[in-house]
Design a binder for this molecule. Structure first.
Ligand code: 4NP
Length: 180
């Protein structure tokens, strides 16, 4: 996990995000890479610790699926250095938000979460409410187009998530309605 950390300066980190899917070789590694890129573009990467994990450990230690790597790289996101791991109980303490790619991930996460950590589980696409989809479909058993579609959804939700977290940190006064 340490090799995936965005930064080790605990004083600057404000948000600890864990992206979660089933196998941690397709969707959540792409989400980790895309969110990193989106935060970096806004000059905010130093505020984040970002990681990803899967519900199973079938691919433990493996790099992301070559199709996920290729599709992400085509958008300028290099995810080749990531290594798959399973969601651990400790994750519910370490991370502030656990962002599930689909409803099945949410249900699996609820099954293993300690009571005190359940509120951290969120549906990733809730941060892109303009999309019709609720789930990032699993592209593992399909063709390359599925990876591109997953990336479209992931990019939209990454921008929405970043905007939501930035808003959360704004002082109250900036939320005030303009005077008539
Ligand atoms: P992911 O896709 O959850 O997006 O990483 C999958 C990868 C592997 C498997 C299932 C889904 N699998 O069954 O091995």
């Amino acid at each position: 996990m340490a090799d995936k950390d965005t930064n080790n300066n605990a004083e600057t980190v404000r948000h600890r995000l864990l992206f979660a899917c089933l196998g941690n070789i397709c969707r959540s590694p792409m989400a980790e890479g895309v969110f990193r890129r989106v935060a970096d573009e806004e000059g905010l990467l130093h505020l984040f610790e970002i990681d990803s994990a899967g519900m199973g450990d079938w691919h433990k230690g493996q790099a992301p699926d070559p199709r996920a790597q290729k599709a992400a790289l085509a958008r300028g996101v290099d995810i080749s250095a990531q290594s798959a791991r399973k969601v651990e109980l400790e994750d519910f303490e370490v991370f502030d938000l656990i962002l599930a790619m689909d409803g099945s991930n949410i249900s699996d996460l609820h099954d293993i979460a300690p009571l005190a950590g359940r509120h951290k589980i969120r549906r990733f696409l809730d941060f892109a409410p303009h999309l019709e989809e609720d789930d990032v479909p699993d592209p593992y058993f399909g063709g390359e187009a599925g990876f591109d579609h997953a990336l479209d959804l992931i990019e939209a939700a990454s921008r929405g998530l970043l905007a939501a977290l930035v808003r959360e940190n704004e002082p109250e006064s900036t939320h005030a309605a303009p005077k008539a």
